[in-house]
Design a protein around this ligand. Structure first.
Ligand SMILES: Cc1cc2nc3c(=O)[nH]c(=O)nc-3n(C[C@H](O)[C@H](O)[C@H](O)COP(=O)(O)OP(=O)(O)OC[C@H]3O[C@@H](n4cnc5c(N)ncnc54)[C@H](O)[C@@H]3O)c2cc1C
Ligand code: FES
Length: 342
């Protein structure tokens, strides 16, 4: 049975069919608790939208942080026992049915408090937010945090733009969504000294450090955040290895992070960055290609089979790239890692 969320008393949860079990602390989601116990539940957005963490509640009761989350379809809701592990808080001992994976959980997500150090406007619709967590935070390049933004907004995912360096510093690139609830908070209210509640790290589209393959990166809009983190990780891993980054936005005035990109290219001659505009205009101040980041990549590199491809940004960008590159066999599905900003 599923209700709207309350803290819950804490619980023991068993996963079927593999039989492993884990403890869930009061207020903890099934996903956070399973990952904390090293159990690799399937997930993607961790925020209720994609449906990847959907399971069946075979026994017990859960509350939901977001009862209307679109990750459950109407059909799922009619079945009555379908739940999203990223939104569900047990109200007592439970049994859930879903297929857990066997990937190692590198750093289990945990609650985390952080202070706003700075908020810098990069263009009218993008900010660079720097936070200082109370303790050092470990995460892999490409991972994200959930921001608990309170009643009326809920939780939102934002990807780190920096790499972990044994400190509490977390950097984010946040894009305004017109009319968006979190966007209003970030663009109209937040200021240095404010306190934020986060949970993380989450995310599966992290840099595969052990891979020796060339890396190709594709970012749309604020998808640059995790891609920039991965670029830094890849440059640290293979300072001489070829690294191509395609960054697409709509118009020239939507570009940001240009000075940081230029500095990185000066330091690393192996880093090639292509800026791509969907709607270029005569007299644009920056040299850019026309089209989408995905189409520019597809035009340049015919065979991506021997590369690792990382992508982040709007769902359309990812879906098009998957159609153009993976469905056509030009890239191998097991070497493509992405975050859809849904
Ligand atoms: C893995 C991942 C990483 C992301 N990284 C970034 C990033 O680095 N930079 C960036 O700018 N954006 C990022 N996003 C997008 C970001 O999470 C927000 O969706 C975006 O900022 C718009 O939020 P909004 O509240 O302004 O808009 P809204 O339209 O108000 O909300 C956006 C989405 O949040 C969901 N939502 C609505 N109500 C609730 C609720 N009560 N509880 C939980 N969710 C709700 C809905 O799916 C809605 O479509 C990422 C998204 C994902 C999934
Ligand atoms: S991971 Fe739970 S809905 Fe996306």
């Amino acid at each position: 049975m599923m209700n709207s969320a309350h803290e819950g008393p804490g619980a023991r949860v068993r996963v079927e069919p593999d039989g492993r079990s884990f403890a869930c602390a009061p207020g903890q989601t099934l996903l956070a608790a399973a990952l904390a116990a090293g159990i690799d539940l399937p997930y993607e957005c961790a925020s209720g939208s994609c449906g990847t963490c959907r399971g069946q509640l075979a026994a017990g009761e859960v509350g939901s942080l977001w009862p209307d989350a679109p990750g459950l379809s109407e059909r799922d809701r009619r079945k009555g026992d379908r739940i999203l592990c990223c939104q569900s808080i047990p109200q007592g001992d439970c049994v859930i049915k879903l297929r857990a994976g066997d990937e190692r959980v590198h750093t289990p997500p945990a609650p985390l408090g952080a202070t706003v150090r700075s908020v810098r406007t990069l263009n009218p619709d993008v900010i660079h937010l720097v936070l200082e967590a109370q303790q050092p935070v470990d995460f892999l390049p490409g991972q994200f945090m959930l921001f608990a933004l309170g009643a009326g907004i809920g939780r939102r995912a934002y990807s780190m733009a920096n790499v972990a360096q044994g400190t509490g510093q977390l950097e984010f690139l946040i894009k305004r969504k017109p009319g968006g609830a979190a966007s209003r908070f970030f663009f109209e209210q937040i200021k240095p000294g404010d306190w934020l509640d986060l949970e993380g790290p989450y995310g599966r589209a992290w840099l595969r450090h052990e891979s020796q393959r060339d890396v190709v990166l594709l970012a749309g809009g604020s998808g640059l955040a995790p891609i920039w983190s991965i670029a830094q990780g890849a440059l640290a891993r293979s300072p001489q290895g070829p690294l191509r980054l395609y960054f697409g936005v709509n118009r020239a005035q939507d570009l940001f992070w240009l000075a940081e990109m230029e500095q990185a290219q000066q330091r690393h001659s192996n880093l090639q960055i292509d800026l791509v505009l969907m709607n270029p205009a005569p007299g644009d101040p920056v040299v850019c290609r026309a089209g989408t980041a995905g189409s520019a990549l597809a035009a340049d590199i015919d065979d991506l089979q021997s590369c690792d491809l990382y992508m982040a940004g709007p769902p359309g960008l990812i879906d098009n790239a998957m159609r153009e590159l993976v469905a056509t066999g030009r890239a191998r599905a097991d070497r493509v890692f992405y975050d859809r900003f849904c």
